[in-house]
Design a protein around this ligand. Structure first.
Ligand SMILES: C[S@@+](CC[C@H](N)C(=O)[O-])C[C@H]1O[C@@H](n2cnc3c(N)ncnc32)[C@H](O)[C@@H]1O
Length: 276
């Protein structure tokens, strides 16, 4: 049985979001202490400059579709901790996993710009990025989305039914490495691949994709969370296991002479990779 809780507020999970929160706390501290007015004013200006950025970017980006907005609403109303403790999900999921408006619109733009017809997503969650990319595909285009968790896979499929683009998405419920091997064995190739599943497996996804030609010759790979909340450039002792994994992944890509790449400071970092 699905129990619905009130909509929760997402916590900051990007370097910029975390910076805004830190500045807000520091400003509050400075205002409550005997801090020189000059310092308080400088901090307030820094906070305003940082806090206004994400809302401004969102305001001036094409709004998401009704189906995507409904998917966000449904995702943030779900009690993911309860779903896990009840054994309905195989891992602890959280609403913060959802990429959201600006990143979704960026992926949609990439699909348009590359005229992609075949898209592969590695890590679907409730389906936000899969549906955003599907919206940009022609009617006979397709997204193959890998998701290991059966509960969230069926949650996403229910959301897809509310969109005229949902029929373009096929969900593969299995560990992504197995699905990638299966697709490679079937000789499949994709114009755009979005990697967003288990951070500790990113290097393996990348190697399988390149070694088995899962990427079409002019295709691009987009990789999410390549800044990992700033952990990749903060002192190593502040890194979590995921931070360590992404730091290693970024090095592997930078050292691979088969590709060129750019790390965009979008949300939690989005690396775009193409084969040379
Ligand atoms: C960050 S979320 C994906 C968010 C989604 N791309 C979006 O933009 O809304 C990562 C998802 O990958 C799934 N996942 C983690 N490890 C996986 C694996 N080994 N194989 C397939 N899916 C996996 C998780 O269950 C989770 O739903």
């Amino acid at each position: 049985m699905t129990s619905i809780v009130e909509k929760n507020t997402a916590r900051p999970v990007t370097p910029h979001g975390i910076l805004v929160e830190q500045l807000q706390k520091t400003l509050a501290l400075a205002e409550s202490e005997n801090t020189p007015e000059q310092v308080v004013t400088a901090l307030r200006q820094a906070y305003q400059l940082a806090a206004g950025l994400d809302p401004y970017i969102s305001d001036y980006t094409t709004p998401e579709s009704e189906a995507l907005a409904a998917l966000v609403e449904k995702t943030s109303s779900e009690d993911w901790t309860r779903r896990f403790s009840d054994g309905e999900t195989v891992r602890q999921l959280e609403q913060e996993m959802l990429s959201g408006h600006v990143e979704g619109q960026t992926l949609k733009m990439f699909v348009h710009m590359t005229k992609a017809k075949n898209v592969l997503e590695v890590g679907m969650f409730t389906g936000y990025s899969a549906l955003a990319m599907a919206e940009a595909l022609p009617n006979d285009g397709r997204v193959v989305a890998c998701e290991v968790d059966p509960y969230v896979a069926s949650f996403a499929q229910n959301c897809f039914q509310n969109s005229p683009h949902g029929h373009k998405i096929t969900v593969e419920v299995a560990p992504a490495l197995e699905t990638l091997q299966k697709l490679a064995a079937a000789g499949e190739s994709f114009d755009l691949i979005f990697i967003d599943a288990d951070k500790k497996e990113y290097v393996q996804y990348f190697q399988i994709i390149l070694d088995h030609n899962l990427l079409a010759s002019d295709g691009i790979i987009c990789v999410d969370n390549t800044l990992m909340q700033g952990q990749v450039y903060l002192p190593p002792e502040q890194r979590t296991a995921n931070g360590e994994a992404i730091t290693f992944f970024n090095r592997v890509v930078a050292d691979d002479s088969r590709v060129e790449q750019v790390l965009l400071p979008l949300r939690d970092g989005l690396t775009i990779i193409r084969r040379l």
